[in-house]
Design a protein around this ligand. Structure first.
Ligand code: PGA
Length: 266
């Protein structure tokens, strides 16, 4: 089962680039990362989505949004709904730790956002991960389990299940933008826990073995190998390094080796 999962590299540009320069960066990344077997996704800011969509139209690089609103429509000034993203993006990051921190996004809200993704044909990348204090207190697994269970609980309350095409990104908060990465073995253990919780709490079949789990947190072309050496890890959600063409080239090249190894073992 492990070997049939896709290998995915997603770049989250966060609050960087403008509509004027984003298309060019996307084109350069696409050209530098043409590697067989790797699913590539670029997630620019909302306002750059049309430019990036157009720039990538002739490539196999997919476009993702960084967020969407938890409600389908309504009086929410300044917000963007899932429906508005249709035609602009096919993926959407949900529950990034910067939004959990800065916009106080709760696990329940994140559950509703997952539903909005499913309703609009957006494939979600659900981010989970513990704070440094939680890891040091031995509470990392409990924290991630709680995040997943509360989001799943909200979906259940709404009469919905997890989106069938869910991707999960394990992103320890202390590793994001800090230059400090987790150990591959810790990330692999967390990926196993994530699949277990999805199976236990949401009834995901085959013990969650079909759900891709990415690692995120200070991933670079130098650190990616540590994570892709783990069969439980299916790729990366890349922040800072995703704005650098050479870094993305190195990361996707390494991901291509994993994709090729999985294909030949299948
Ligand atoms: P980083 O960000 O790679 O800059 O640490 C990762 C993320 O926020 O997904």
């Amino acid at each position: 089962m492990t070997l049939s999962r896709p290998v995915i590299v997603a770049g989250d540009w966060k609050m960087n680039t403008t509509p004027a320069d984003a298309g060019r960066l996307a084109t350069d990344i696409a050209a530098a990362t043409e590697v067989a077997g790797v699913t590539r996704i670029v997630c620019p800011p909302y306002v750059a989505l049309p430019a990036v969509r157009d720039a990538l139209a002739a490539t196999s690089v997919a476009v993702g949004a960084q967020n969407l609103h938890g409600e389908p429509a309504g009086a929410y000034t300044g917000e963007v709904s899932g429906q508005m993203l249709v035609g602009l993006a096919t993926w959407c990051i949900v529950g990034h730790s910067e939004r959990r921190r800065d916009q106080a996004e709760s696990d329940e809200l994140i559950g509703r956002k997952l539903l909005r993704c499913a309703e609009n044909g957006l494939r979600p990348i659900l981010c989970v991960g513990e704070q440094l204090a939680e890891r040091e207190a031995g509470l990392a697994e409990e924290t991630v389990r709680g995040q997943l269970e509360r989001s799943i609980g909200e979906l259940r309350r709404l009469g919905a299940g997890l989106p069938a095409d869910l991707v999960v990104a394990y992103e320890p908060v202390w590793a994001i933008g800090t230059g400090r990465t987790a150990w591959g073995s810790d990330a692999a253990a967390m990926a196993a826990l994530i699949r277990l919780v999805l199976a236990e709490s949401a009834g995901v079949p085959e013990d969650g073995a079909g759900v891709p789990v990415l690692y995120g947190g200070s991933v670079t072309s130098a650190s990616i190998a540590e994570f892709l050496a783990e069969p439980e890890i299916d790729g990366a959600l890349v922040g800072g390094a995703s704005l650098k063409v050479d870094e993305m080239a190195g990361i996707v090249a390494r991901a291509g080796m994993t994709a090729a190894a999985r294909a030949s073992a299948a």
